[in-house]
Each structure stands twice: as C-alpha cells, then as structure tokens.
Design a protein around this ligand. Sequence first.
Ligand code: ISJ
Length: 252
Amino acid sequence: MAGPDGLSLESVRNSLIRQEDTIIFSLIERSRYPICPLLYDDKSSLIADASGSLLESIVKGTEATQAKFGRYQSPEEHPFFPENLPESLVPPRSSPNVLHPAAASININKMIWDMYTNQLLQLFASEGDAEDYACIGVCDLQCLQALSRRIHYGKFVAEVKFRDAPEDYTQAIRAQDRDALMKLLTFENVEEMVKKRVAKKAKTFGQEVTLSEDEYNGKYKVDPAIVSRLYEEWVMPLTKHVQVEYLLRRLD
Ligand SMILES: C=C(O[C@@H]1C=C(C(=O)O)C=C[C@H]1O)C(=O)O
C-alpha cells in the first residue's frame, strides 16, 4: 500500500522499469563508437594541465554545471565527483524527502565508475579508437548517470520494503545482520522477470526498423544477452547492495 507520500512498492518498481528504457537507449548510443582507450587514460595528454582522464574532466565539468541548476538537490541523483561542487542557484525543493536522512551518506559511484570503465564497456563497445572524444564522453556520462540513478534507487526500494514489514527488518537492522537483510529484500522471481524483460527491450529497441512485414532477423544494436548479463551481474547486485547499506542505517 502507498504511504501518505505516495511511495509504494508498485511505484518504485514502475520507476525501475521505466529506467530500463533509459539505460538500454544509452547503451545503444555508446555502442555506436569503439572503446577509445585514450578517453580513460589518466596519463593521456589530450588536455594540457588536466589531472585525471579526459572522461573525468568531461564528467566533472558537466556535474559542476548541473549542480548549479539543482540536479543534486534531488535524492535520486548522486554526483561522481562530489568534492568542490558549486552551490545550487535554484531554490531548494519543496517536495518532502521520503528517505531517512542517513540516505545522503550513501554514494557508491566510485564502484559504478570502476565497473563501467573496466568491465562493461569492453562487453558492448568494439576495440578501437576514434577522435570524437566529446561525443563519446557524453555517451559515457549518460550511461553512468542512468546506471547510477537506477542503482541508488535501491534507497527508495529499501524504504518501501522497510515500511511494509517494519518488525522483520528492525530485528535484522538491530543485529546489523547484512545476510538477513539481503534475504529479506531479495525476490528471485522479480529478478528473473527483470532479466527477461531487459533482454526483450534490447531486442525491441535495438533492431533496425523497416517497413517490411517480415519478422526481424538482423543484428541488434546491443546484444540482448549482454544487457541481461549486465543486470544479473552488476545492476541488480549493486541495487541490492545500496538497499542493504540504507537499511543498516535506517534506525540511526
Ligand atoms: C529492486 C527490488 O529488490 C531486489 C532487487 C531487484 C532489482 O534490482 O531489480 C529485483 C528484485 C529484488 O531481489 C525489488 O524487489 O523490486
């Protein structure tokens, strides 16, 4: 049942389903380009005097602009480089914060960055180089932000699950028992559906649309099996990790 603030398991699951579209489209966009290793190289001399990789500079610069316009006032958004972000110029949000205040201390973007640059990219982008650094970096930024939003949305999922069964969760939280919390919040049947649905979406969104009535039997823009694997091995485990981290602090 929805709480007075409108939060319900159905509404948070619907949001996760909608976010699948954003993630898959951003992967499709990124897969148009080769990996382009120079973008991620800390020692590349692509821009003089910059510390870190070119992607880091692109993400830091974009986050600074977005912070000024209030992006990180939203509890759904988490910066990759929270240090030294400028103050927001827009007035604070009026919507009530439905999360426990401890939620603000959870940001696993470093893990997401490492997973994306060291493991995921290699799965869906081809080997090689290109000079469209800005376009490719912006595609990476979009993938990273979409994955980060989805994974940190685990805070909302956890809040709703806690409200639905406060006694069960309270016991595990008081004991700071990660395994018990993981067991309580895991729904294997939902995870199976997620894996199947994202593969189906990758097929639907990633085919070449023609006017022919024949069934599509061409190549998909991103491999549906890889999208499913991405969810199984990284996206869902990290979302559950965020859920556990949030619940451990839920009674602070
Ligand atoms: C997000 C939820 O919690 C867990 C994580 C899931 C996910 O990341 O998609 C799916 C099912 C659950 O095991 C949920 O129950 O919807």
